[in-house]
Design a protein around this ligand. Sequence first.
Ligand code: BG6
Length: 489
Amino acid sequence: MSESTTIVIFGASGDLTHRKLIPSLYDLYRKDRLPDTWRILGVARSDYSDDSFREYLETGVKEFAKDTYTAKRWREFAKGISYFRGDITSLESIKDLDKFIGEWETDGDGNRIYYLSVAPNLYEKTIANLGAAHMVNEDRGWRRVVIEKPFGHDLASARQLNQAVHHVLAESQVYRIDHYLGKETVQNLLVFRFANSLYEPVWNRNYIDHVQITAAETVDVGHRAHFYDGVGVMRDMMQNHVMQLLSLVATEPPSSFEAEAIRNEKAKVFSAIRPIRPQDVAKSTVRGQYRTYRDAEGVAPGSTTPTYAALRFFVDNWRWQGVPFYMRSGKALAAKVTEITIFFKRPPHVMFPMPANSKPAPNRLSICIQPDEGIHFSFQAKVPDTTAEMRNVEMAFHYDESFGTQSIPEAYERLLLDVIKGDASLFTRSDAIDLSWQLIDPILEGWNSNFAPPLNFYESGTWGPEEAKELIAHDGYSWVHGCSHEEDN
Ligand code: BG6
């Protein structure tokens, strides 16, 4: 079968193509990782010629792949890019597109990736049209469809979308992107846990006290308010990115590095998480909105869309019974940081003299997803020249020190390469999407009911509402920044 591959990007005039997809494909080209024969075809309704489309894309590569951009390499790469003006909601237009691609493929043979970088309300129609135009049959080469998040708006719509997808495509043809899974540091979680023998024996309820996951952003919703106001932090960050981080921390060791083995184990984690019932949301969740959110253009007057959430989940299985997982995410916060911190239990008995009512700080392992990617482990050490005074000290691993500054590729680069290779390990399977919505839906339902906790307002540039501190303080803990050592203000 042909090795030629066409990467068709629907919605190619949009931000994602400009900022992420083309800069990542450019870097793959530069590293000689694209198939021997390839072509990128942008499809949108805007009026571009091949040349003007390439010019537009070049500005993106200059900005978002600036360390690797050279005019010469770009010119070579850009020869493989063309543009097709078309409307994906029209079957006629899709059929024309098929003919157009077919003219390039030798004797009708060739592999195709269809990347849906379009508004989510167009997913079903686009997929149905691809099916109706027989463009997903695999008799003359493989066909893979990449779907961006959000995958559904709630459980019912996610199920409907999954059904529409499966009506036309086999699950093995579908690549649902969660770009967090393409981040090096997220992939490293599996290596860290399962390629080292030190951690796995203690990675359970006997040694771990609790886990904190923070995905904080400094940006506010800015020009995305139109989109964001109907979505909010639970759908935008929690249901996907943060839940994926949780699943990788909590997963059992997969039997192999194969996509299905990994995805089976992740699905088991989701199915073991205890849902927070709508009537319990005030006990286990906090919602917030930064104070100036409602002033943004595109936000409905009096909008109650949360831009911040903190919650506590339990994973009801043998390994994690009783260990709380605290998760928080928000916009307009004090720092852009994503980290996971594992708190180990304190020693059962302290033989060292300590001031009254104090205990040694617990050992803490922080996985720094971004920025300043790395891992920090903090432990107690004796302060020199004291009898037995103790202080927290740290061992740290940083990517830039160990692997050099160029070592971390853009998440999309890895994900696009995996689609080309047909490796779905880092993509979300339909059951995981369904299971994760089963956990998020009752929270959203609770927030829309009389059981809802108050919507707490917070100042931009802070660590969110005070109530989030109370959520965790109630259990005797406080939020930490194990990677940056900042204080919550
Ligand atoms: C996206 C969300 O999926 O992830 C955005 O829609 C968010 O709202 C972004 O800003 C965060 O991604 P990253 O890689 O910058 O942490």
